[in-house]
Design a protein around this ligand. Structure first.
Ligand code: FAD
Ligand code: SF4
Length: 674
């Protein structure tokens, strides 16, 4: 089982215990009080989980390289000594750790942005100033000095971040490098910046220090490198002294999703495979590799020598151990939602994970065994109830879990059928395994009553009964054309050829995705070629950046309108890092987004509305209501009045937004305290 994945990798001067790299993530722990202690706890837990090699979040080599003002570049010995808290903890846990050196260049969120030339990134409000020739030389020295400080700090190596559109990439690509000195001009000149960094770093740190270079193998932007150029750089990087080449996919400003849940599993491993055989040092495949079987397949297919997984180690620190012990079904799988990780980083909050609120909170949230066993009832087996029941049982409580439906999962059973959200099924599978492992007494098809709960004399009752769809007060709301989202997604009521969706929140967007997808074709998330075609990636790499002439999405089988009452862009409250994906996906399918809409009535003609002050009738077959949810909690009052110890969590507590993150977090913190 996982023969290749779990086999060691000999680097000559050191051996990695397996082929798993925990990829770099800026978790914002870099910015908090007790930063080193919290990072040490975070990384050490993953080292105990047998990760082959960990790479830290990016650390700037100098002040200009910081993403935000106020961070800490690693540029002095005093700070290097503090990093020892991290390296010691990882080494004591039996792991190896490299520090990533990242200069963000024009992606900085500061007025001091610098780059190869005077340009402005579309994703930063601040323009960048071109570094002078002297400053370029100093920046190279800063990278090298930073690597030296990392060595002093006890790291096993460094990763030099040369991809995702950061400073090094900005030197390499013509579109961002318009210099006329020796660092600009033809490709040979433009790649001297990374080559000097690698060469001089190797000279400074000696032979026995891991040097990973993250190479942008697929820029996914106009004016990006051609494949021949990428190969030329890889060979030169090897010659300059790199130990390993890691794959970078897509600049941050690229308009093609590269890591969201919509991306097929292992969907970019084909890029690394093209590079196999071109160099003699190990290559690492990346992006949307979230389970050991996916990783093993990539290695078996000869796509790479190692695999990088980053977010999967937020979801489950023990992923590798579970693979080693043939317990992959027990892995809490990263579902690629970005809700608690990247969305947090981009809104300056400490990262965590939707399915594992302990991630990056290892010193704060723990589930120690209990000394006094309690008898606990959990009502509702959606995400909140599942987390509460399984963690309580893991701690040693006796737990009865009641679910009215015939299966566990709650609303995730609807989420998982949305094209692009298939991965949500993993969360249900995981909790199913935890129910068995921790011997939760699961009672399916059991709509429990307050009286029955009182009669059982529980110590604690946790209500996780979820939500009900919000009803709208529109004339004709009971017309047979009207459905709610649960009719469509849960009860699978057929929907006609034209449909208006009322409400453009998360569920409205998901509904539009579902109804605009032709079910005769499998979801592009399940097929790499279909996905690349849909989003306009040219797998033949005929021109620089690997972009195709145009995206070629599957046509929608329906005419779909997505309506919202408020004024302004659709989906502005969706996830910071994923909202644009949902908007682009629906735009490609020609979904018509109308706002601000007033709803007048529904009758045989269709839906009567005004858009602004323009009255019109949408002559649609169906109207699907996705206008939010209200808490569903019919038991709480009776139980409280009867003096029971009641806790209400998840949607039953507050149903404001699409929010399994809050549901699982509330459950976890509650049962950690019981
Ligand atoms: P629920 O999931 O609603 O579960 C409540 C459960 O309680 C149900 O299974 C119900 O049958 C049961 N129940 C109720 N009363 C009783 C009773 N008396 N006895 C026994 N059982 C009872 N959230 C996100 O964060 N990200 C997403 O991407 C996302 N996508 C979504 C897509 C869709 C299409 C939908 C519909 C929702 C999505 N959500 C998403 C929302 C997310 O699923 C909810 O926030 C989450 O499920 C709430 O969890 P919960 O456990 O509180 O409630
Ligand atoms: Fe993965 Fe979502 Fe957790 Fe991020 S929040 S690690 S994407 S499951």
């Amino acid at each position: 089982m996982y023969e290749k994945l779990l086999s060691p990798l000999d680097l000559g001067f050191t051996t990695l215990k397996n082929r798993v790299l925990m990829g770099s993530m800026h978790t914002m722990l870099e910015e908090v009080d007790e930063t080193f202690e919290r990072m040490a706890a975070f990384y050490a837990e993953r080292a105990r989980g047998e990760v082959g090699l960990i790479v830290t979040g990016g650390i700037a080599p100098n002040k200009q390289g910081l993403a935000l003002p106020g961070g800490h570049p690693l540029d002095n010995e005093q700070l290097a000594q503090k990093h020892r808290i991290i390296t010691n903890a990882v080494h004591e846990a039996g792991g190896k750790i490299c520090m990533q050196i990242l200069h963000v260049g024009r992606y900085g969120y500061t007025a001091d942005n610098v780059s190869a030339s005077d340009t402005k990134a579309p994703i930063s409000p601040f323009p960048a100033r071109a570094l002078t020739g002297e400053e370029v030389a100093q920046t190279i020295e800063d990278f090298v000095h930073c690597a030296q400080m990392a060595q002093l700090a006890g790291y096993d190596g460094v990763e030099i971040m040369g991809s995702e559109g950061y400073l090094i990439n900005q030197f390499i690509a013509k579109k961002t490098n318009r210099r006329t000195d020796k660092w600009g001009g033809d490709y040979e000149n433009r790649i001297q910046f990374p080559l000097e960094i690698v060469r001089q770093t190797r000279a400074r740190v000696g032979e026995n220090f891991i040097l990973i270079y993250r190479l942008s193998m697929l820029d996914l932007v106009e004016g990006g490198s051609t494949w021949d150029e990428v190969v030329q750089l890889a060979k030169a990087i090897e010659k300059a002294g790199a130990t390993i080449i890691n794959t970078g996919i897509g600049w941050h400003e690229a308009r093609i999703p590269t890591i969201g849940t919509i991306v097929p599993k292992g969907g970019f491993a084909w890029v690394t495979k093209r590079m196999m055989g071109e160099v003699n040092i190990p290559l690492i495949a990346t992006n949307r590799i979230n389970m050991p079987d996916v990783a093993e397949q990539i290695l078996q297919d000869g796509c790479s020598d190692m695999v990088s997984m980053a977010r999967p180690f937020l979801a489950d620190a023990d992923l590798v151990v579970k693979a080693m012990e043939n317990r992959a079904a027990e892995i809490n799988t990263c579902i690629g939602c970005n809700q608690a990780c990247l969305d947090h980083t981009f809104t300056m909050q400490v990262c965590s994970c939707i399915v594992n609120p302990r991630a990056c909170h290892e010193t704060i949230l723990n589930y120690p065994p209990v000394t006094t066993e309690k008898k606990i009832a959990v009502v509702g087996a959606g995400p909140a109830g599942l987390a509460a029941a399984t963690i309580a049982a893991e701690r040693g409580h006796r737990v009865d879990l009641f679910e009215a439906a015939s299966e566990i999962g709650g609303q995730f059973n609807m989420a998982k059928i949305i094209p692009g959200k298939e991965e949500y099924a993993h969360t249900i599978r995981y909790y199913g395994e935890m129910i068995k492992k921790h011997q939760v007494n699961l009672r399916l098809n059991h709509r429990v009553t307050a009286e029955a709960l009182i009669a059982e004399d529980y110590d604690e009752i946790i209500l996780a009964t979820g939500v009900s769809p919000r009803k709208l007060a529109i004339e004709g709301i009971d017309h047979p054309k009207v459905l709610d989202y649960a009719d469509v997604l849960s009860r699978r009521v057929p929907v006609g050829k034209s449909v208006a969706i009322i409400g453009a929140g998360g569920i409205g967007f998901d509904m539009a995705e579902y109804l605009s997808h032709d079910m005769a074709h499998e979801s592009p998330t399940l097929n790499v070629e279909a996905y690349m075609k849909e989003w306009g990636v040219d797998m033949e790499y005929t021109r620089g950046g690997s972009l195709a002439d145009r995206p070629q999405p599957l046509a929608s089988p329906r005419e779909v309108y997505l309506l919202k009452r408020s004024k302004g862009k659709h989906g502005k409250n969706l996830g910071k890092t994923t909202g644009w994906i949902h908007r682009s996906s629906l735009a490609m399918k020609d979904v018509k987004m109308l706002q601000p809409v007033s709803y007048h009535k529904i009758d045989d003609e269709g839906l009567h509305i005004s858009v602004g002050d323009q009255a019109q009738v949408l002559a649609v077959d169906h109207i699907v209501i996705c206008a939010g949810q209200v808490p569903f909690n019919v038991l709480g009052r009776t139980l409280s009045e009867a003096g029971q110890s009641v806790h209400v969590i998840g949607g039953a507590h507050e149903a404001a937004a699409l929010d399994a993150k809050k549901a699982i977090k509330e459950a976890s913190y509650l049962v950690a305290s019981l």
